[in-house]
Design a protein around this ligand. Structure first.
Ligand code: GDP
Length: 299
């Protein structure tokens, strides 16, 4: 939580500092409300949410003196209200064997790392985990997954670079079933520069998974890099349409983060947020909690 706060406070210092300068005047009037609304929009919370929050703040407080602490407190409370419905733990004990988890997202957002962290967590819970190196385009991605497999004691299904990803995933489904694995974590490619091809490949991957199990993939996690800000919204829409995203993981909240976009995404899409990534290490995956996140954003 401290690291989340450190990361977010770096990102939201603009918001925090802004609040300080706006409320140096200490009165909540049309001008300060507009300035606060602008700050919230700059912090990626989205225009609708920014308006709702400032309206709630103004209720019963308009034209009155207000302390900076009170602004922050109300801000944190209102952000928490938006996030509370989407803060949902990931349930992998659904009786499916294996429970199939597909990781999707733009290259570099943290798919492979999140798989490694998840595998470690599941491993600690005594679950048998298999990893599928479905990003068959990048040697580095396959190698990285192999390393995570070694570190977490998970079998990694891979094929030479350039191989058909859907074929590999089909094999992985069979192997995971034969080996009675509890969870199969599937990595995918994320080359957004060739969107049509990428989406066709993802759709094909989903189709072959369904050949083995019509209900799978049971979970489709989209990784969002907190440092990308606004772009995360379009990533939710694109991957949502193609892969049927069931939940989100926001990564890199330990860095120069702009986590405010998660509030806008929650308000618009209501997709569950399961985890946050707070570092590159094996233990740097934390369950998402609305209160901590909202508090960190409000500064
Ligand atoms: P992929 O291309 O989506 O599979 O992304 P990777 O898992 O390869 O991650 C890209 C880079 O981001 C790597 O250098 C990771 O170590 C790093 N990374 C992933 N998650 C986090 C995180 O939560 N915090 C930080 N600081 N770095 C992360």
């Amino acid at each position: 939580i401290q690291r989340l706060r450190d990361g977010l406070s770096r990102s939201s210092s603009a918001l925090g500092d802004g609040i300080i300068s706006v409320f140096r005047k200490r009165k909540l009037d049309a001008e300060t409300i507009e300035e606060l609304e602008d700050l919230l929009i700059q912090a990626d919370l989205g225009a609708d949410t920014a308006m709702t929050i400032t309206e709630r703040l103004a209720e019963g407080r308009y034209d009155k003196e207000i302390s900076e602490e009170e602004v922050r407190r109300v801000l944190a409370e209102e952000i928490e209200k938006v996030l509370a419905p989407v803060a949902r733990p990931l349930d992998l004990d659904t009786g499916h064997k294996p429970h199939v988890v597909l990781l999707v997202g733009v290259n570099g957002t943290g798919k492979t790392t999140t798989i490694g962290k998840l595998a470690a967590k599941l491993n600690r819970e005594g679950k048998k985990v298999m990893l599928a190196a479905g990003d068959t385009f990048r040697a580095a991605a396959v190698e990285q997954l192999r390393i995570w497999g070694e570190r977490t004691g998970s079998t990694v299904v891979s094929r030479p670079i350039g191989a058909d990803a859907a074929g590999l995933v089909f094999d992985a489904m069979k192997q995971a079933k034969d080996a009675a694995c509890d969870v199969l974590l599937i990595d995918t490619a994320g080359r957004l520069q060739n969107r049509a091809e990428l989406m066709a490949e993802l759709e094909k991957v989903v189709r072959v998974i369904k050949k083995h199990d019509p209900e799978a993939p049971h979970t489709v996690l989209l990784t969002l890099d907190a440092t990308t800000g606004q772009n995360a919204m379009s990533q939710v829409e694109i991957f949502g349409r193609t892969a049927g995203v069931t939940g989100l993981v926001m990564t890199k909240l330990d860095g120069t983060a702009r986590g405010g976009i998660l509030v806008a995404i929650a308000a618009r899409h209501g997709l569950p947020v399961h985890f946050i990534g707070i570092g590159e290490g094996i233990d740097d995956l934390e369950p998402f909690t609305a209160k901590d996140f909202a508090g960190a954003i409000a500064g």
